[in-house]
Write a protein that binds this ligand. Structure first.
Ligand SMILES: Cc1ncc(COP(=O)(O)O)c(C=O)c1O
Length: 445
């Protein structure tokens, strides 16, 4: 995130906190639903990731309403990679969302949460053979293929297992450089490029296969978009591609899977959009495609990012080289330093004053997961800060670096439940000593 993007995230967060919603500043204190943040931190310790169930439900409702009013039959599949916490994803399942997974582990997690195979989309630039086999055996809703070798493997599996295999082909339309998303520069590891003819060849291969059923074209190119322009440009190119291959091959492709890549809801809304307006604009080029089409979308960040705050305590404060630092107990182990994170830091107790503080984490790495500053009255060791937009790509990317992975809870009005309980240092030491000290013979597998 650049400095100006950081300011956008901060002002969108302040707007959210001023809206009397489930995350709000009331009488100078941060509340998560009916719980004051300082009471949560004092009783459960810090750092802690706190999800609001009301905000999650509201984000899901917004997504379902946008899908319903898009003018096309549209299914929303949560991109599981954005959050692995069962209690969070279960809320989405209960609301009727499907899920998108990228590995055998994610598939097992989705099944544990209760998703049936017909609600699962399988993605990934390369899938393990045993994962592909399981997906075929279970007859998942869609397997998006990304290489000719994968198409051949699926054909073998379909014949051997005598199962129908519903296949999508991931394509990269590659628009102009400034509209291209980070997921698909020319010649990337993902999918098949359109301009080189590789996407057309892959679609032809699946369409002519006796054992595979071509169900979709898939395209995911973006992350963190607040305006629909880039998505719309991609949809226009997907439509152009689909029209051409359908005319060439005399087929009809029933579904378009348009991936994820939408920014956090609060930032989308601060930019003057709603998901409804975003989707309507993005889907406009579909008017150029004859026949009914099913639309699939795979949002991750939009659904969960602004529903969680990481509560963290200041461990130390100092002046160095003229800069005022607070060094906090949340680190990159929970808040990965990613360019496309939307972290925004706000003190949990409003203090009058206008000092500029830089936020550093307690770990011995030179870059910061929170390369941000905030302005407040005096902040001291022991004070509590909230890192907002901490709900997506935090827990799923968390590491044991410096400390065991921190705890996470789900708040529902005045109640809370564990989503993840931090392992004790003892438990962590056991696991680091080799599967709790158990020995196996031979290669140790
Ligand atoms: C194929 C695919 N679909 C969906 C997503 C979710 O993206 P986002 O969280 O930006 O909506 C990703 C993220 O990398 C992805 O790779």
């Amino acid at each position: 995130m650049t400095r100006s993007e950081g300011h956008v995230a901060l002002s969108a967060t302040r707007r959210l906190l001023g809206q009397e919603g489930p995350l709000r500043l009331k009488r100078g204190r941060l509340w998560i639903e009916s719980l004051p943040s300082d009471e949560v931190a004092s009783s459960l310790g810090t750092p802690i990731l706190v999800y609001s169930s009301a905000r999650l439900r509201d984000n899901v409702r917004e997504a379902l309403e946008a899908a319903d009013s898009s003018g096309y039959p549209t299914r929303v599949h949560f991109a599981l990679k954005a959050c692995y916490l069962v209690g969070v994803v279960a809320l989405m399942k209960e609301a009727g969302l499907g899920v998108e997974v990228m590995s055998g582990f994610e598939y097992a997690l989705a099944r544990r949460i209760g998703f049936t195979p017909d609600h699962v989309i399988v993605n990934g630039p390369a899938k393990r053979p045993e994962f592909l086999e399981r997906a075929v055996r279970d007859e998942v809703a869609l397997i998006n293929v990304e290489s000719m070798a994968e198409i051949a493997s699926l054909e073998d599996l379909a014949r051997r297992l005598r199962k129908p295999v519903r296949v999508g082909v991931r394509i990269n339309p590659l628009p102009s450089r400034h509209l291209r998303g980070p997921f698909a520069p020319p010649g990337s590891k993902f999918g098949f490029d359109v301009p080189t003819g590789e996407a057309g060849a892959a679609v032809r291969r699946v369409a002519r296969s006796r054992s595979l059923s071509l169900q979709a074209v898939h395209c995911h190119s973006y992350t963190r978009q607040y305006s629909p322009d880039a998505h719309r440009a991609h949809v226009a190119l997907v439509v152009k591609f689909v029209r051409r291959v359908e005319a060439d091959l005399g087929i009809r492709i029933p579904a378009l899977d348009l991936g994820g890549g939408i920014g956090s809801r609060s930032l989308v809304e601060a930019a003057g959009q709603t998901l409804h307006s975003f989707m309507n604009r993005m889907l406009e080029p579909l008017a150029g495609l004859a026949g009914d089409r099913q639309i699939l979308i795979e949002p991750g960040r939009y659904l969960v990012n602004d529903a969680a705050v990481c509560l963290t305590r200041v461990l130390s404060s100092k002046l160095n080289g003229g800069r005022r630092w607070v060094v906090v107990d949340a680190g990159r182990n929970l808040l990965p330093p990613r360019r496309n994170a939307e972290y925004a830091v706000v003190p949990c107790e409003v203090r009058p004053g206008r000092r500029l503080y830089r936020v550093g984490d307690f770990l011995c790495m030179p870059s910061e997961p929170v390369p941000l500053s905030f302005i407040s009255g005096p902040v001291e060791p022991g004070d509590l800060l909230g890192v907002f937009n901490a709900g997506a790509y935090t827990f799923s990317m968390a590491q044991r670096f410096g400390e065991p992975i921190p705890s996470a809870i789900l708040v529902d009005k005045a109640d809370w439940t564990w989503l993840h309980r931090q392992r004790s240092v003892e438990q962590e030491l056991e696991s680091l000593s080799g599967a709790a000290g158990q020995r196996t013979g031979g290669a140790g597998r």
